[in-house]
Design a protein around this ligand. Sequence first.
Ligand code: BG6
Length: 297
Amino acid sequence: MPVKETDREVVLTRPDDETTSVTILKYGATVYSWKLKSEEQLWLSTAAKLDGSKPVRGGIPLVFPVFGKNTTDEYLSKLPQHGLARNSTWEFLGQTKSDPPTVQFGLKPEIANPELTKLWPMDFLLILTVELGVDSLKTAIEVENTSTSKELKFNWLFHTYFRIEDIEGTMVSNLAGMKLYDQLLKESYVDKHPVVTFHQETDVIYQNVSPERAIQIVDKGVQVHTLKRYNLPDTVVWNPWVEKSQGMADFEPKTGYEQMICIEPGHVHDFITLAPGKKWNAHQLLCKDELNYQAIQ
Ligand code: BG6
């Protein structure tokens, strides 16, 4: 069976290759495993909670309607860090395509975490589409403002944790020359380095990254992951390194930061504002590609 549903999760397997699969937890509609020919592509903490008691530490948590902790908006500022989508149980809407195998999940205020919708009383409908390619995984989101009178103001982000061999041998290409906001230094500047490398805690937001740029994770000269984006202008690059990992109870093993890098495409530098009845769409595509160093413009 290409789709297996349990109370907790949905497993989608390619009919032509049972070693390629994706597992989506209903809580947060969180993809927490993507196996390509039996090889896991995503990082998941061994202490991640998969029982709905907290957002999943690893995989692809969904960030909506706010990235980080907001301090200025009347309602968004009441929500916890990264909003309510990753702390709500989504509805499984079923399989929508057989080739490539595709499933959908939905979230609306009536079924979202009631503690959080009380704090952010807005009308919305989210549809997440997960498409399992031969050697790719596409996650697409549609946000609809279901209100007849109020605007919907939100951020969106796919908080993708990629599995890697060794953080110090890893580089991320095709972000050079971009303006970024460093969340640790609280400063904006242009990244002049030809590639991004990691030797300490990193938490930066690259802004207005052209959709033509394929962001590549390269391990000792070999492309291991390629990330393509649609309608997601910002890219967060995050690695907690030693101290931050120590401080996160659900981050295990404590040396796990060596095997992960978060490359998170989103729209977070400013808010999207949707008029009543309007829809907004975006997606990320995780795939394999030739190494392609794109010149700095
Ligand atoms: C990243 C942020 O997206 O998520 C970081 O840029 C944050 O600042 C990280 O620490 C993890 O967030 P959380 O809420 O899952 O611990």
